[in-house]
Design a binder for this molecule. Structure first.
Ligand code: ADP
Ligand code: ZN
Length: 721
């Protein structure tokens, strides 16, 4: 028997399959499995993607070993890989690699890791009539509804202790399977009329490959709608994928889904070890899982008979993969929905302009949830003009925000403060000569981190110790400019000495599990102020947060990107939506130097429609998506001159060969020219339709295939320019 094996070689060509002979000692069911093959002088791994016949005219080598017992790539994934490779012009092997968990090695070490947890349950033999204490009765009622409850989940510890002493409640421990040891949230929720209607409308589209956009304001209960839909998909014998931004894979969501779907759910979050991820992949592959929840890459979960694909917070940038293959999750979802004949459900309070435009044109079906579940109004948002505040000497927080923080703390409620930049000072600059510290590898200023006493590059990770003397003029005149989360944290601690402040940003969440810990600590009520970057804006649900303050509402506005207004609106609408999600009404304050900018004004009014109309007008005038498509050609080289020259040649080639209606902009320097000592240039293509595009882009890639002085990458529909 002969097989085609796909391997990764130095040459980044699309066609990296080679023919090998399969000795009889091996199993003859090899498609989708990995094998070890000799390749030149090396022995490498590859995927068997086809059977073939003995080639004419040359001898072939033999497969040395079959790595996998079970297929890792099923027929659908093999086809999907080809689709990705064609659509994003990337080598086929990359498509398969992006689909599979990292540790898909034949002998990945996985610990059994059984763990003991303490539970409590009612002692059925005893009469509980004599109990009169309210807290104790509440516990008894809880245990009547739930046969067993995790001991740690019961708040009133003293009452529980009494009940255990009286032998009314029994305490016991048991071993739990590692992957299901999280606390479960099994509360029963009855959908509101509005939620029911939306759910039914979606169920009507089962067995079609429609794309449905659910535009639901923050707190409108979209998650419960998803749960209802997934339940009914499972009831009909089908399976479901639900994608969320990585940041939303919080203990809150995990517990909710595990409480409902128990062992039938696989939650693929970044805190899983490679072994756990591999376990979950195999459970899915074997059909033991009905629901897969995860970030972007969960779209490749090898489920069979998919009944719905849900993409929550569909506007999130995390759905775009930023290295080869630079795929857009929605494209993959649509492709799989065609294969399985199932709908794709997009959900967001702030859909992307492109998605909303498609929904309005009727390409997508549009459904709405325009009220919060609790019938509470969306939080009242106040815009504060910081120009006036600076004159009054309030450089970091305005008078109003200070007052509101004091009031909120006095009521024993919680505050969230957004500052969309991590670190202490934005950067250090010399008062005397204006010198700033730049990364030696990248074209970017270093951010000052006070806790570690370091200046860091947020692009490549370069770090150096802070100094006190200006390296340029030798004056002792370095001052801190701008502020990040660390500075705000310090400032708030000084301003409100009685407050307990937590910080959530890339620096405090770098350790495994730390993200969850911060959320749990804040939820427990031991802290009353949470300072954070945009990490705090999405998916979190803290009942006691009644005030949200945005320290610098302009941070995402001053970015040279055609989506900067959209990103600003999204961020502000989402983060202000964190206030007042339960019984208490919420308030939010946005501090800005652009109090009249439409993205800020509309976000403050929670006016998505108004923002959309304004933004569409501007996109049309400037010819940006959705009025055209954009494709970016990235040209990078260690040699500045060589890079720019090749970029110019590509530009000339495209002008000669692409359709005349396509506009070709550039070549220009990328927004950050130098990253890690590599210079980046770009050519931007804007077009409505260009039949020659794929063919010509393929030609260019082929042309540079063997050139290792310059790297060419194509980014369709880039998230920033
Ligand atoms: P969204 O994702 O739309 O912002 P969530 O799904 O997080 O909103 O719901 C907001 C809050 O309302 C959550 O605490 C959720 O448990 C609660 N909730 C949702 N639907 C219901 C319902 N039908 N009855 C009671 N509470 C609900
Ligand atoms: Zn750097």
């Amino acid at each position: 028997m002969y097989v085609e094996v796909l391997v990764e070689t130095k040459v980044k060509s699309n066609d990296m399959t080679f023919t090998y002979y399969v000795p009889n000692i091996f199993d003859n069911d090899l498609i989708g499995k990995r094998v070890l093959v000799p390749f030149g002088k090396r022995i490498i791994e590859g995927f068997v993607i086809n059977y073939t016949h003995k080639p004419e005219g040359y001898d072939v080598k033999s497969v040395l070993k079959v790595i996998d017992e079970e297929r890792v790539l099923n027929d659908e994934l093999i086809e999907l890989g080809k689709f990705i490779s064609d659509k994003y012009l990337c080598p086929l092997i990359y498509s398969y690699q992006v689909m599979l968990p990292k540790a898909l090695k034949a002998n990945a070490k996985v610990t059994s890791g059984a763990k003991k947890l303490t539970y409590v349950k009612l002692n059925e033999e005893l009469n509980k009539a004599e109990i009169k204490v309210r807290e104790q009765l509440a516990i008894i009622n809880l245990l009547k509804e739930n046969k067993e409850v995790l001991k740690s989940s019961i708040k009133s510890k003293a009452s529980l202790k009494k009940l255990i002493e009286k032998n009314i409640v029994i305490e016991y421990t048991k071993e739990v399977y590692r992957l299901f040891d999280e606390e479960k949230d099994e509360k029963k929720i009855i959908l509101t009329q509005a939620q029911k209607e939306v759910s039914l409308a979606i169920q009507k589209r089962f067995k079609t490959n429609k794309v449905i956009l659910l535009h639901g304001v923050t707190g409108s209960g979209k998650t419960e709608v998803y749960i209802d839909i997934v339940k009914s998909v499972i009831k009909r014998g089908m399976t479901a994928i639900m994608l969320v931004p990585e940041i939303s894979l919080t203990p809150q969501i995990n517990a909710r889904f595990k409480g409902i779907f128990k062992g039938a759910v696989a939650i693929l979050h970044s805190a899983l070890s490679d072994g756990e991820r591999h376990d979950e992949f195999r459970r899915i592959n074997r059909g033991e899982v009905k629901v897969v929840i995860g970030a972007r890459s969960a779209i490749f979960a090898p489920l069979k008979n998919i009944g719905i694909i849900i993409i929550d917070e569909e506007h999130s940038e995390s759905y775009k993969q930023e290295n080869n293959p630079r795929y857009n999750t929605l494209d993959i979802a649509v492709k799989r929905s065609e294969t399985h004949n199932c709908p794709v459900l997009l959900g967001s309070a702030t859909p992307t302009i492109e998605s909303y435009a498609r929904a309005k044109k009727g390409y997508y079906e549009l459904l709405k949830l325009d009220k919060r579940v609790n019938e509470k109004p969306l939080p009242k948002v106040m815009i504060v003009d910081m120009k006036g505040e600076i004159r009054k000497g309030n450089t970091i927080i305005s008078g109003v925000l200070r007052e509101e923080i004091i009031k909120t703390l006095a009521k024993n409620e919680q505050v969230m403060l957004l500052i969309n930049r991590r670190g202490y000072a934005n950067y250090l600059s010399c008062k005397n000569c204006g010198f700033t510290f730049k990364c030696p590898n990248c074209d970017i200023t270093l951010t000052y981190h006070k806790t570690s006493g370091m200046m860091r590059c947020h692009y490549c990770g370069y770090a150096t110790k802070k100094v006190n003397v200006c390296p340029s003029c030798k004056a002792e005149a370095l001052r801190e400019v701008g502020g990040g989360t660390e500075k705000i944290e310090e400032f708030i601690k000084n301003e409100f000495p009685s407050s307990k402040v937590l910080r959530m940003d890339a620096d405090t969440t770098s350790k495994k599990g730390s993200h969850f810990k911060i959320i749990n600590d804040f939820n427990s009520g031991d802290y009353n102020i949470l300072v954070g970057t945009q990490m705090i804006s999405k998916g979190l649900n803290f009942p006691n947060v009644t005030l949200v303050g945005v320290i610098n509402g302009d941070s995402s506005l001053n970015v040279p990107n055609f989506r900067s207004s959209e990103n600003t609106f999204n961020l502000l609408d989402q983060v202000t939506g964190r206030a007042g999600r339960h019984d208490k009404e919420g308030k939010a304050i946005i501090q800005t130097f652009n109090p009249e900018h439409y993205s800020i004004v509309c976000a403050a009014k929670h006016d998505y429609e108004g923002f959309f109309n304004r933004e569409m007008f501007i996109r049309k005038r400037l010819n940006y998506p959705p009025y055209c498509f954009i494709t970016l050609i990235k040209i990078s080289s260690k040699d500045f001159n060589y890079g720019i020259n090749e970029a110019k040649k590509i530009n000339v080639y495209l002008r000669d060969n692409l359709s005349k209606t396509t506009s070709i902009l550039g070549p220009s320097m990328a927004s950050v020219l130098k990253v890690n000592n590599v210079y980046n240039f770009q050519i931007i293509l804007k077009y409505k339709k260009d039949d020659k595009l794929y063919k010509e882009l393929k030609n260019i890639i082929k042309l540079y295939e063997a050139n290792n002085k310059v790297k060419i990458e194509i980014d369709f529909n880039p998230i920033s320019l």
